[in-house]
Design a protein. Structure first.
Length: 272
């Protein structure tokens, strides 16, 4: 049942939702904010959501969100446009509050494709890689402790709902994560523009790779580095092999999210 209409943009409830944009507040509350119709739609279907906030207009525009929330016993609150804007100016008047997600590498059973983000700081890039991992059918995404907080509103928004589709493991030590992935039977490949192996060449021999050449048809964890400086030498050295995405034209390089998408889809194709 809907609550009374929220009309005061300075109300404590509104301030509490807005405050979840801060990492320290999220940790104390154990909750984070989900912004926009696409992300909220996925959150109410499979996430641990406490509240949904809409305007009368967005409730009519996205009835499936309201219906799904109510079917799962999630509280739906209607507010004015000013109230929703005060909660989040980027949410298109659709906001949800959910419990922080938590996954462990040990919980993965028989993973075949994992995206590992080391020192990835840009929220948009991190969210886009998680979305690409989801689209490519990856079993998980993993962010090291030095990477951006996965519950940062910009990360959540950039995943377009994929944060709720696959396990996203956070706070990992890279060396420990690589060791765990390798012990689970995954080949660890580092994506780097100076890699000794060409991704297209690896696709050509996938499933029948000669000795000493990574086989993309095998279970694989892809290691992606920082947007500005890539992978540190010591991080790159953790991988079984270093792979470059070929540049056919005159572009100097690919950005992180684009390169990650190409690599993940190459593995997904080879594993089919």
């Amino acid at each position: 049942m809907a609550d009374e209409i929220l009309t005061n943009p300075r109300a404590e409830r509104v301030k509490a939702v807005r405050a979840l944009s801060g990492q320290s507040v999220r940790k104390r509350a154990g909750r984070f904010v989900v912004e926009g119709p696409q992300a909220v739609r996925e959150a109410v279907l499979v996430g641990d959501v406490h509240d949904v906030y809409v305007t009368a207009a967005t409730a009519q525009r996205y009835p499936e969100i309201v219906d799904a929330a109510r079917d799962r016993g999630i509280r739906v609150h209607t507010g004015t446009a000013e109230v929703l804007d005060a909660m989040s100016p980027d949410a298109q008047h659709v906001v949800a509050v959910a419990s922080l997600t938590s996954h462990a590498l040990a919980d993965l059973v028989g993973p075949r494709l994992v995206a590992v983000l080391a020192n990835v700081r840009d929220p948009g890039n991190a969210g886009t890689v998680i979305r690409a991992a989801d689209a490519a059918g990856a079993d998980a995404a993993l962010l090291t402790a030095e990477s951006v907080d996965v519950h940062n509103p910009k990360v959540v928004r950039s995943t377009a709902g994929s944060l709720f589709h696959l396990p996203v493991i956070t706070g990992a030590d890279l060396a420990d994560a690589v060791a765990s992935l390798r012990s689970a039977g995954l080949t660890v490949l580092a994506a780097d523009g100076a890699g000794e192996h060409d991704l297209d060449d690896l696709l050509d021999v996938a499933g029948n790779a000669p000795e000493g050449v990574p086989d993309l048809a095998r279970p694989t964890a892809w290691l992606f580095g920082n947007e500005a400086w890539g992978l540190r030498d010591e991080d790159r050295a953790l991988a079984d092999a270093v792979v470059r995405v070929p540049i056919r034209g005159r572009a100097e390089s690919l950005n992180l999210a684009t390169a990650a998408t190409v690599c993940l889809y190459a593995s997904a194709r080879a594993q089919r």
